[in-house]
Design a protein around this ligand. Structure first.
Ligand code: FAD
Length: 277
């Protein structure tokens, strides 16, 4: 059986970006993803743009899943957003806590993602398939791996149907996380998040912030390529393809690609994996 894939976009900020995303989405649709998800800015900063992007993907005939973060939001505003998505025929949501920019004041009426999952279930019953985030290398703010797993379990107990992980480049981190989750009685699919590598400097910055480790052997190789972007891309494709091969061999229930709104890397990795539609 072929591995199911899903693909993540961020909502474009300009008309040009929107046009480019339309083309990207059309190209990636050849991979027949189960759904395209669209991220949501902290504190609702992309509310309209996320909604518009999701509606457009759905109107083009694809399954679209909005991300929804709760920190900084009121119950009334989340209720309103859920209603908008129900009216638009959306059936899947990625439910998150999100991060407020440092210095942002009011924390809103939700503290953690499990409260959002609980709220979505209470308000909308089984209408939505709810995805939540999971962290094989642990969330940067978690007090301990055990606390982070307990937080994950609370989201599952609140009604999450499946999870998508933060990206990682160490297969054992994922396998260990899945084992630990299973031992706690967490039975939902835990789909690895896959970050293709286009630019090493961007990846390094981003990884520091979100707590994803770039193994030393990878870092050293990328650094040795300097400004040679062709070599960086080629090496990145090899590394990520091999990661996906191992994950599939280990029985990962699917692959979720952080596409960064680009069709090329995800398409090439899927082609190499024999998952091209
Ligand atoms: P939670 O599950 O609430 O966990 C957050 C932290 O709090 C963890 O450290 C956890 O251990 C801890 N915690 C949980 N409950 C408790 C408790 N009761 N007491 C003490 N500690 C607790 N961000 C966006 O802004 N927009 C997006 O669209 C977006 N999409 C994402 C998609 C995926 C697949 C992933 C993996 C992340 C995404 N993020 C997004 C980032 C995410 O919002 C951040 O990682 C955020 O810091 C945590 O969100 P969460 O839903 O995992 O939070």
């Amino acid at each position: 059986m072929s591995t199911e894939i899903s693909i993540e976009f961020f909502p474009p900020t300009t008309a040009e970006g929107a046009e480019k995303l339309r083309a990207t989405c059309a190209k990636l649709s050849a991979l027949k993803p189960a759904f395209f998800s669209v991220t949501y800015g902290a504190g609702g900063s992309t509310r309209e743009r996320t909604f518009a992007t999701v509606k457009e993907i759905a109107a083009a005939g694809f399954q679209a899943a909005p991300h929804l973060s709760c920190v900084g939001s009121s119950r009334a505003s989340i209720r309103e957003i859920l209603q908008e998505y129900m009216d638009a025929g959306i059936r899947r949501i990625v439910a998150l806590r999100g991060d407020l920019p440092s210095g942002a004041g009011a924390a809103g009426e939700f503290r953690y993602a499990n409260e959002l999952v609980e709220f979505i279930r209470a308000e909308t019953g089984d209408r939505f398939h709810i995805e939540v985030a999971a962290y094989p290398e642990w969330h940067p703010q978690a007090r301990s791996p055990r606390d982070d797993l307990a937080a994950f379990k609370r989201k599952v107990d609140a009604g999450a149907n499946s999870a998508i992980t933060q990206y990682f480049y160490n297969v054992d981190a994922y396998l260990n996380f899945v084992d630990a989750a299973r031992k706690m009685g967490i039975a939902i699919p835990i789909v690895p998040g896959i970050m293709p590598i286009g630019s090493f400097s961007k990846l390094a910055r981003f990884s520091d912030a979100c707590g994803a480790e770039i193994p030393r052997w990878m870092r050293k190789a990328f650094e040795s390529y300097g400004d040679d972007t062709d070599s960086i891309r080629a090496f990145g494709l090899d590394v990520v393809t091999r990661l996906c091969e191992k994950l599939i061999a280990e029985g990962a229930p699917g692959l979720h690609f952080y596409s960064m709104n680009m069709a090329g890397p995800t398409t090439e990795i899927c082609r190499r994996l024999g998952l091209a539609g």
